[in-house]
Design a protein around this ligand. Structure first.
Ligand SMILES: C=CCOC(=O)Nc1nc2cc3[nH]c(NC)nc3cc2c(=O)[nH]1
Length: 374
C-alpha cells in the first residue's frame, strides 16, 4: 500500500480547479490547501494546539535547517518530527535551502550534489540527493521532496536544459536512496523555468519515475505573476490528474486563488507568519499594517469579516501597542490571524469549487480585496 495516495473528488466546471483528498499515514488532507511553514520544527510563535484550532491540516518543515539544527539524528532519537514537535497530523519536508543554494556566495552545483556554505557558521557543506533522502528518512515526515536544482530567474535556456536533466538524474537517485517507502511518500519536483518544452521534458522524466505526487518548482523566485500563471497554465495539464500537484513557495491570497484555478492542490509560503512579525496583516480588504499610527485609537478588529479568535477578542489598538512594544504576544496574534485567514480562504476556495463558482469567487474576492483587476 503506498504511503501517500490521492483521491480526485470533483473537477470544477468553470476552470482547471479540482477537489481532492490526500491520504497519508498521519491523516487525510482536503485540497486545495495551504501548508503553514514550520522551518525549525515550529510554526513561529504558535503552538500545535493553536494550529489544530485553526484547522491546519498539514505543516511543512525544512530539511536543510533541521540538518544544521538540531541535527536529524536528534530528531530521529526523539522518534521523528511528529513526536519531537508534538504534531500528530501530516508533515511535509522540503529543502528550505533553496535560498541558501541559489543566493549564498559560495555555491557550486556539481553532478554529485551541491556545495555551499552553512548560513550560520560559514563552514562549507555538501548536500547530495542521497544525503537529502537520508536526512528526510531520519526526520520522518509523511511527504518528502526529491532534491532538485531551483535555478535563479531568469535563466538562459541552455543552462535551464542542463539543469532540468540533472534534476531528473537526481530524482532517480533520490528514489534509489529512499528507505521508508511504506511510511513516507516522495514527491518529484518539476523544473524548466518559463520554457514550455523544458517543463514538458522535466514532467515526462519524472512521470516515468511514478512518484505519488509532483511539485512545480522554480516559481515564486522573482518572476512577475503573469509569468507564473502562464507557466502553471501549460505545466499543470502535463501532470497526472490522479496525483497531487504542489506549487512551492506560493502564499499570497491572489496567487493561491489563481493557482487553484489552474489545477494546483497544495501551497506553502512563509509570507503569512513572516509579515506578521513585521506587524502586517492579511485581511479581506487588503493588507493592513497594524503598527501604523492610524490604528492607535482604532478599537475595531483587524478584519471585521474574519471570525478568528484574534478578531473576536482583540483590537487593532491593542495589537499595535504590543507590536510597537516588541511584545511576543503581539506577534502571536498577527501570526495566528494571518494563518487563519489563508486557511479560511482555502476553505472558501474548496466550497466555491464544490459549487462550480470559483471564477465568480475570484471576481468577488479580488474586488473586495482591492487586487487590480486582470
Ligand atoms: C530536500 C530537498 C527538496 O528540495 C526543494 O525543496 N526544492 C525546491 N524548493 C523550492 C522552494 C521555493 N520557495 C519559493 N518561493 C518562496 N520558490 C521555491 C522553489 C523551490 C524549488 O524549485 N525547489
Amino acid at each position: 500500500m503506498a504511503a501517500v495516495t490521492y483521491e480526485l473528488k470533483k473537477t470544477c466546471k468553470q476552470s482547471g480547479a479540482r477537489l481532492g483528498t490526500i491520504h497519508t499515514p498521519h491523516g487525510s488532507i482536503d485540497t486545495p490547501m495551504f501548508m503553514p511553514v514550520g522551518t525549525l520544527a515550529t510554526v513561529k510563535t504558535l503552538s500545535p494546539e493553536e494550529l489544530e484550532d485553526m484547522n491546519a491540516q498539514i505543516i511543512l518543515s525544512n530539511t536543510y535547517h533541521l540538518w544544521l539544527r538540531p541535527g536529524e539524528d536528534i530528531v530521529q532519537e526523539a522518534g521523528g518530527l511528529h513526536s519531537f514537535m508534538n504534531w500528530d497530523r501530516p508533515i511535509l519536508t522540503d529543502s528550505g535551502g533553496f535560498q541558501v543554494f541559489s543566493l549564498s556566495d559560495f555555491r557550486n552545483i556539481k553532478e554529485e550534489g551541491v556545495h555551499f556554505r552553512n548560513h550560520i557558521s560559514g563552514e562549507k557543506l555538501f548536500l547530495s540527493p542521497e544525503k537529502a533522502m537520508q536526512i528526510q528518512n531520519a526526520l520522518g515526515p509523511d511527504i518528502m521532496m526529491a532534491l532538485d536544482e531551483c535555478p535563479p530567474y531568469p535563466a538562459e535556456e541552455s543552462y535551464m536544459k542542463a539543469s532540468v536533466e540533472r534534476t531528473s538524474r537526481w530524482a532517480e537517485r533520490c528514489l534509489e536512496a529512499h528507505q521508508n517507502k511504506e511510511t513516507q511518500g516522495l514527491f518529484g519536483i518539476i523544473q524548466g523555468g518559463e520554457y514550455e518544452h523544458l517543463r514538458k521534458q522535466s514532467a515526462d522524466d519524472l512521470i516515468s519515475l511514478d512518484f505519488p505526487g509532483y511539485a512545480i518548482g522554480g516559481l515564486s523566485v522573482g518572476e512577475p505573476k503573469d509569468v507564473m500563471n502562464r507557466v502553471l497554465e501549460f505545466t499543470t495539464p502535463l501532470l497526472p490528474s490522479h496525483k497531487p500537484r504542489y506549487l512551492m513557495g506560493v502564499g499570497s491570497a491572489d496567487s493561491l486563488i489563481d493557482g487553484a484555478i489552474r489545477g494546483v492542490d497544495m501551497f506553502d509560503c512563509v509570507l503569512p507568519t513572516r509579515i506578521a512579525r513585521n506587524g502586517a496583516c492579511m485581511t479581506n480588504h487588503g493588507r493592513l499594517v497594524v503598527r501604523n499610527a492610524a490604528y492607535a485609537r482604532d478599537f475595531s478588529p483587524i478584519d471585521r469579516d474574519c471570525n478568528c479568535h484574534v478578531c473576536r477578542n482583540y483590537s487593532r489598538a491593542y495589537i499595535r501597542h504590543l507590536i510597537k512594544s516588541n511584545e511576543t504576544f503581539g506577534f502571536r496574534l498577527t501570526s495566528y490571524h494571518n494563518l487563519y485567514f489563508l486557511l479560511d480562504l482555502m476553505k472558501k476556495v474548496r466550497e466555491a469549487i464544490m459549487e462550480d463558482r470559483l471564477l465568480d469567487f475570484r471576481e468577488e474576492f479580488f474586488e473586495q480585496y482591492g487586487f487590480n483587476r486582470p
